[in-house]
Design a protein around this ligand. Structure first.
Ligand SMILES: [Zn+2]
Ligand SMILES: [Zn+2]
Length: 187
């Protein structure tokens, strides 16, 4: 089934275009149809097709994540999520998760830590508020304020201002945390 000689063969007449990879090699790159970046195939979701070949998506995982996030903000997406959540509740999915021993231990540990440390509590609250603001679309992810990398994370200069966010990529964020003398695991 694999195209010998060429590593990939394009069949472009329909949307279900498939990349055939020869000889089991996955050491390939492709251009994401959305962000137009050249990325390694591991950055794309894949599945084994009915004919037994692995085929990769056309959007990279990062772009798919953005699409899903936008879909979740639409009325249709919200309704679908509500249905899914109701189904999982009915199946006891969440109850089963909460009663897992490792989850119980983690919840207990985090709770104790937060109760013991008011600062940790405030930080957790600020992070949660900022995450919700992003989910609701009130805050938009931006490129790294220092180097311009698109993969950014939230930095709180002041935990009293949960929605005052500086977007930094992970390396720049850790660099800043080291400069201002914060622990590396802090946001
Ligand atoms: Zn992309
Ligand atoms: Zn950066």
């Amino acid at each position: 089934m694999s195209a010998k000689g060429t590593n990939h063969r394009w069949t472009a007449w329909s949307r279900c275009v498939i990349l055939w990879v020869g000889g089991g090699t996955v050491d390939e790159t492709r251009i994401c149809t959305q962000c137009k970046h050249i990325k390694h195939l591991s950055k794309f979701r894949s599945r084994i097709s009915t004919s037994g070949n692995r085929c990769w998506r056309w959007k990279c995982r990062d772009c798919e994540r953005i699409t899903i996030r936008q879909y979740n903000l639409t009325e249709v997406g919200r309704a679908a999520n509500r249905r899914c959540k109701a189904k999982r509740t009915a199946e006891g999915y969440f109850r089963a998760y909460r009663s897992r021993p490792d989850v119980i231990a983690r919840v207990r540990y985090n709770g104790a830590r937060r109760r013991a440390d008011p600062l940790a509590k405030m930080k957790a609250k600020a992070r949660s508020l900022a995450d919700w603001a992003v989910t609701r679309g009130e805050l938009q992810q931006q490129a790294c304020a220092s180097c311009g990398a698109p993969q950014s994370e939230k930095h709180h200069p002041d935990y009293h201002e949960p929605l005052l966010i500086v977007w930094l990529c992970h390396p720049c964020h850790m660099k800043l945390n080291r400069i201002i003398g914060k622990m590396p695991e802090e946001e």
